[in-house]
Design a protein around this ligand. Structure first.
Ligand code: BGC
Length: 768
C-alpha cells in the first residue's frame, strides 16, 4: 500500500490486508477480523462512512445491560468512529460511489488500522481518502483517528459530518430483534472539546465521551472545530487532514459526579499530546506486549502471521488492572453469545495469559472469585452446596444463559446447558490450579484461590450420589462438553474433573495447613469448613465412577454411550472437516455416538500423567472418528492429542482449521465476533501441541513435535517470576531462564531432567 500512512506500518509479516472492499457478505466478517482494542474497549473494523449493512460495534469490558433482552448482554455503546464526507450531494461511500482502488491494513504489531480508497463520483471525479486509527494500548481511554482527503481532478464543495453515534443498537437475536441500551443524558461543549454522556437503561452505567476534531489544510497545524456538520471547499490536488482524538470513560470505576471532570481533564491532556505522541505511546506499549507473546516460526511465514493474528486478538481482549471483568466467547469484537463468559475463558484462553501476562490471568480468576456469592446462590437453588458458577456469565455473576437459542440446523430450541453443564465448576478450579502451578502466587491462593478450590470441591461432594450396591459415587444427569448428549449419567469428563477437583482441594488443604496454617484457618472459618469435610473429599475423589469399556478398551463417554447408534464419519469438506452423514438429523444426534467436540479427548489433553500413551491413542482414535467438530473449541484440542499419539497429518490439518477459524471464516459466523476459545486453543496447539510443553511433576516439560516443514519455533514463557526463552528445533531445545536471582531451573526434556543455570543459554540435544 502506497499511503500517506505507510511510514507507520510494520513489515509485511505483521500485516493483515483487505485488498478489495468487502462485499456485503464479507463486510461484517471483516469488521470482526479488523477489530481494534486494548482490553478496555473493542471497536469493530467498520468503514468510517457507515455504509449500508455495516454493524458498528463498540464494546466496553464489563458494560452489560438487560433492557429489552431476555438476559443481560454486552452493550453496543455509541460509536466514535463515524466520519462522513459528502461531495456535492454524493456521499463518499464504499457501497455508493465507484471504488477505483481500495485497501485496508491491520498492523498487528502496533494495533493500528490503515485505509486507502480512491472513489469516483457520478461525474467521474476521483477522490483519495486515507485514514488511520487506533485505540491506545497505553492510554486505554483514548482513541485517535486521522483522515486525509484529496480531490484528484477538480475543486469541490464538501460537507463533513463527524459524530459519536449514539443511535447504535444491539443486533439482537432472532428472538428479540434490535434493541437500544443507552440514552443520552448530557451533551455539551467546552473549549475545543465536545462532551457526551449516555446512560444504560437497566444498569444505569454512565459512559462519557469527549471528542476533539482538528481540521488542517496541507501540512498545517490544524484548527480545532466544535462543529459536527460543516461545509468546506477543496481545490484540485489539495489535501485536507482531519484529526479526531476521543476519550471514553464509564461510571464503573469513576463516580457519576466526577466522570465529566475527569473525562474533560484527560481529554485535554490527550489533545495537547496530539496524534503523534499518543501513537508513540501506543506503539511502545504494543512492543512490550509482543516481547512476551510473540511466537516465531522458521519455515512457515503464513502460519507465523496467522498465529500473530490470533495472539493480537488475545492481546486486545485481556484487561489490565480490573478484577471485575472477564473475556466473552466472542471477545469485544461482536455480539455473538451476547458477550457472555463461558468455560472457554478458563480452559482455552487462560493459559495464554498465564504464560505471557500472569497479572491478566489473575484478574480473570478474580472475576470468578468476586462472583462466588451469586454462584453459591445458584448452587443452593439447584439443591447443592458450595458454588455453582453460571454456565453463561455476564456482570452480576448470576446465570444468564438464554432459555432459547438457534440450533445448528437453524431451528429454535430450548437450552438446558445452565441446568446440567456443571463441569464449569471444575473448569474454574482447574484454571486456579494452572495459574498457581505456573506462578506460585501464594498471595492469590490465600486471598481467593483456596476459597474457590474449597467451595468447588464442596459443590461436587454434594453433587455426587452414593451407589451402595457398586460402592461408587456417581454423578447423574449432567452434561459434558459434548452438548449433543444433553443429560447423561456419569459423564467421564464431568466425573474425572470432579474427582480431580476434590482431590486437589484436599491436597491444597493439607499443604497450606502445614505452610500457612493461620490463613488456612481463616478461610476455613469464613466458609465453615472442617477437617472432616475435607477428608470426605478425598474419599469421594477416589471412588467416583468412570466406565472403561472392556471390549473396546476405551473410556465410555457416559453410561450407555456405547449402546447408541454407531456412526463413523466418512465424508469431509474442503477443509477436511467432517460432514454430517445425510441420514442423521441434528435433532437425533443424542441417539448416536456422534460427538460435538473434544470430551473424553479433552481429558487426554488435560491430564497427560493420567493416561498411558497407548490408552491415549486408543481413546483418541475411537472418538475422533465420531467427532464432528461442531464447536470452535474442538479442532485445537484434537490437534494437540492427535499430534501426541502420532496422528500428525490430521493434527496439523486440525491446527490449521483452528488457526484460520476467523481469518477464513470457517465456522461461517465470524461476523458475530472472533472465536475466543479458538484463539487460545490455537495458541495451546502451538505451545503445548508442537512445543510439547506441559507441567509434569511440577516442572516445565517439553516433548516437541514440530511439523516437518517447520525448522524452528521460538517463544517465551513466564514461569514463577522467571522468563523462559525457548527455541525448539528438530532434535534440540535451546533454553534460557532469565532471572534476577542466581540459581537454576529444572526442566524436563522428553524423559530426562536437566538443571538449567539462570541467565545462560543452554542447548539440550536428543539423539534421533
Ligand atoms: C460449545 C461450548 C462453548 C460455547 C461458547 C458452544 O457451542 O459447545 O463448549 O462454551 O459454544 O463458545
Amino acid at each position: 500500500m502506497k499511503s500517506i500512512f505507510s511510514k507507520y506500518l510494520s513489515p509485511e509479516k505483521w500485516l493483515i490486508r483487505e485488498n478489495k472492499w468487502a462485499c456485503p457478505e464479507e463486510l461484517n466478517v471483516n469488521e470482526s477480523v479488523l477489530t481494534l482494542g486494548n482490553g478496555y474497549v473493542g471497536s469493530r473494523g467498520i468503514y468510517e462512512e457507515i455504509p449500508e449493512g455495516t454493524e458498528p460495534g463498540t464494546y466496553i469490558a464489563g458494560v452489560f445491560d438487560k433492557a429489552g433482552a431476555m438476559v443481560a448482554e454486552l452493550v453496543n455503546v455509541p460509536n466514535p468512529i463515524d466520519f462522513r464526507i459528502i461531495v456535492e450531494g454524493e456521499k463518499l461511500d464504499i457501497t455508493r460511489m465507484d471504488v477505483l482502488e481500495h485497501e485496508r491494513v491491520l498492523d498487528l504489531r502496533k494495533g493500528i488500522l490503515v485505509r486507502r480508497t480512491v472513489f469516483m463520483d457520478t461525474k467521474k471525479r476521483r477522490f483519495l481518502y486515507e485514514s488511520m486509527r487506533f485505540f491506545s494500548l497505553f492510554d486505554t481511554h483514548v482513541g485517535c483517528m486521522q483522515v486525509y482527503f484529496k480531490s484528484l481532478d477538480r475543486e469541490a464543495k464538501i460537507i463533513i459530518q463527524d459524530a459519536i453515534d449514539d443511535s447504535v443498537t444491539n443486533a439482537g437475536s432472532i428472538l428479540e430483534g434490535r434493541k437500544r441500551h443507552t440514552q443520552v443524558v448530557d451533551v455539551s461543549s467546552t473549549g475545543e472539546l465536545t462532551y457526551m454522556c449516555v446512560k444504560t437503561y437497566t444498569r444505569k452505567i454512565r459512559i462519557a465521551y469527549t471528542s476533539c476534531l482538528a481540521v488542517a489544510r496541507g501540512r498545517g497545524q490544524g484548527m480545532p472545530t466544535l462543529n459536527k456538520i460543516f461545509n468546506m471547499s477543496i481545490d484540485k490536488g489539495e489535501t485536507l487532514r482531519f484529526t479526531k482524538i476521543f476519550t471514553i470513560y464509564t461510571s464503573r470505576h469513576i463516580s457519576q459526579r466526577r466522570i465529566k471532570a475527569i473525562a474533560l481533564r484527560d481529554a485535554r491532556k490527550a489533545a495537547h499530546m496530539g496524534f503523534e505522541e499518543l501513537l508513540g505511546r501506543n506503539t511502545e506499549a504494543w512492543r512490550k506486549r509482543w516481547a512476551a507473546a510473540d511466537i516465531l516460526i522458521k519455515g512457515d511465514e503464513d502460519v507465523e502471521k496467522a498465529l500473530r493474528f490470533n495472539i493480537y486478538h488475545m492481546i486486545i481482549s485481556g484487561k489490565e488492572a480490573d478484577e471485575d471483568v472477564s473475556i466473552g466467547a466472542r471477545t469485544l469484537s461482536g455480539e455473538g453469545y451476547r458477550g457472555h463468559v463461558f468455560w472457554d475463558t478458563e480452559m482455552f484462553l487462560l493459559p495464554f495469559y498465564i504464560y505471557t501476562r500472569p497479572d491478566i490471568a489473575r484478574n480473570l480468576l478474580m472475576y470468578r472469585y468476586n462472583r462466588l456469592n451469586p454462584a453459591r446462590e445458584i448452587a443452593a437453588k439447584q439443591g447443592y452446596r458450595g458454588t455453582l458458577f453460571p454456565w453463561e456469565s455476564a456482570d452480576s455473576g448470576r446465570e444468564v444463559t438464554p432459555p432459547y437459542a438457534k440450533n445448528l440446523d437453524g431451528t429454535i430450541i430450548e437450552i438446558k446447558t445452565m441446568d446440567y453443564e456443571h463441569h464449569i465448576v471444575a473448569d474454574v478450579a482447574y484454571g486456579v490450579w494452572h495459574y498457581h502451578e505456573a506462578s506460585k502466587d501464594t498471595g492469590f491462593m490465600l486471598r481467593a484461590g483456596l476459597e474457590i478450590m474449597f467451595e468447588t470441591a464442596r459443590f461436587w461432594a454434594s453433587r455426587v450420589t452414593y451407589n451402595k450396591k457398586k460402592k461408587v459415587y456417581e454423578i447423574k444427569r449432567a452434561m459434558g462438553p459434548d452438548e449433543f448428549h444433553e443429560t447423561v449419567d456419569n459423564s467421564a469428563y464431568v466425573n474425572i474433573m470432579a474427582s480431580w477437583n476434590l482431590e486437589k482441594a484436599h491436597e491444597y488443604y493439607e499443604h497450606f495447613s502445614k505452610t500457612k496454617g493461620f490463613y488456612l484457618r481463616r478461610v476455613s472459618r469464613k466458609i465453615s469448613l472442617s477437617p472432616g469435610e475435607v477428608k470426605k473429599w478425598k474419599e469421594i475423589a477416589g471412588r467416583i465412577k468412570v466406565t472403561h469399556s472392556k471390549t473396546k478398551k476405551i473410556i465410555e463417554q457416559f453410561d450407555g454411550y456405547l449402546r447408541k447408534r454407531d456412526i463413523i464419519i466418512k465424508q469431509f469438506d474442503k477443509f477436511f472437516m467432517p460432514i454430517l452423514p445425510r441420514n442423521v438429523k441434528i435433532r437425533d444426534m443424542s441417539k448416536t455416538q456422534l460427538v460435538k467436540q473434544a470430551d473424553v479427548v479433552m481429558l487426554l489433553y488435560l491430564f497427560p500423567e493420567m493416561f498411558s500413551k497407548e490408552e491415549a491413542k486408543r481413546n483418541y482414535t475411537y472418538y475422533i472418528a465420531r467427532t464432528l467438530h461442531k464447536s470452535s473449541l474442538s479442532p485445537s484440542i484434537h490437534s494437540i492429542v492427535g499430534n501426541e499419539v502420532g496422528d500428525t497429518a490430521r493434527g496439523y490439518i486440525l491446527f490449521l482449521f483452528s488457526l484460520y477459524a476467523d481469518l477464513k471464516n470457517t465456522h461461517r459466523n465470524t461476523s458475530e465476533g472472533i472465536h475466543a476459545a479458538s484463539l487460545g486453543g490455537t495458541w495451546q496447539a502451538c505451545i503445548m501441541g508442537f512445543g510439547g510443553f506441559r507441567i509434569m511433576s511440577g516442572m516445565p516439560s517439553f516433548e516437541p513435535r514440530l511439523p516437518v516443514h517447520w525448522k524452528e519455533m521460538s517463544f517465551s514463557i513466564k514461569w514463577r517470576s522467571r522468563n523462559l526463552a525457548i527455541r525448539v528445533k528438530d532434535t534440540s531445545l535451546e533454553v534460557t531462564v532469565f532471572s534476577r536471582k542466581k540459581g537454576n531451573q529444572l526442566i524436563k526434556y522428553f524423559d530426562s531432567v536437566y538443571k538449567i543455570p539462570f541467565n545462560k543459554k543452554i542447548t539440550i540435544s536428543r539423539k534421533r
